[in-house]
Design a protein around this ligand. Structure first.
Ligand code: GEK
Length: 244
């Protein structure tokens, strides 16, 4: 599959369909996520660095909602502890198909990777030292989020980490507008038109549900993490690290 520029929302759409991670999205995904998520490349590199630091010998590292496996590959390059493997999960067959092709091109010899096409809500998390939810929890129904975070905490070894990146919301309308406008400026600067920005926003409205940093922090605490701190924020996008 050839790497393409994202023009999915460039022409006016007669009917707005909820956003789906289908073949069309997969074919433009690396371009789409780079141009839409401020700091994406930096977050991916730092997931590698965090995994290099927190992966424990003989444990599993999970990349939940792995898409094409960018975070998986970054972790694979940095993990030096013996007997670790990475379990990468996504429920989009098109993502997993392309992700496996990209994985086959990666020549990093050491850490074995298994890419699984499954609902992450149904995947067992066990003997884990690093769990990554890189812009994935936002697509999980809010009522299911606490149980998932509790299950991740239960599956982590002591000293293990959850890396949680999300689009975030703000309680005060003025702050919400401030960050949202800057994000739209970021997308415009990356070549998206106002039509593309507004059509994509409508398509995502019912499927991507952001929460406040305070809400994430509280859930992580309730789930049993000893602390959770944001290590990255740019406009309405943030990444937190939670330590068990
Ligand atoms: C990256 N982490 O490049 N089970 C499994 N996968 C799911 C589920 C679910 N229930 N719901 C959504 N997904 C990646 C980027 S993208 C973020 C993550 C974005 C998957 C979905 O199929 C998609 O591939 C991914 O979560 C979200 O580091 O596109 O904004």
């Amino acid at each position: 599959m050839k790497q393409r520029t994202d023009d999915i929302y460039a022409a006016p759409l007669e009917e707005m369909i909820d956003f789906q991670f289908d073949e069309r999205v997969v074919s433009v995904f690396p371009d789409m996520i780079q141009r839409s998520v401020p700091g994406y490349g930096m977050i991916i590199s730092n997931i590698g660095i965090l995994a290099g630091k927190y992966a424990q010998a003989g444990s599993h590292c999970y990349d939940l909602g792995c898409s094409l496996g960018a975070a998986t590959l970054a972790m694979r390059q940095r993990i030096t502890q013996p007997e670790c493997d990475i379990i990468a999960v996504d429920n989009s067959p098109a993502m997993i198909k392309r992700g496996r092709e990209l994985l086959a091109l990666d020549t990093t010899p050491t850490v074995p990777v298994t890419m699984i096409c499954a609902d992450l809500l149904e995947v067992a998390i066990e003997n884990a030292s690093v769990v990554v939810l890189n812009f994935t929890l936002q697509f999980i129904p809010p009522a299911e989020r606490l149980a998932l975070i509790e299950r991740i905490n239960a599956g982590l070894r002591p000293g293990g980490v959850l890396i949680l990146s999300e689009k975030i919301a703000f309680v005060e309308p003025g702050r919400q507008q401030f960050h949202e406008e800057l994000h739209h400026d970021f997308k415009r600067a990356n070549g998206y038109s106002d039509l593309e920005i507004s059509q994509k926003r409508s398509a995502l409205e019912k499927v991507l549900i952001p929460e406040t940093l305070a809400c994430h922090r509280q859930r992580l605490q309730v789930a049993g993490f000893s602390f959770a701190d944001p290590w990255f924020q740019c406009f309405n996008f943030a990444s937190m690290v939670a330590l068990k």
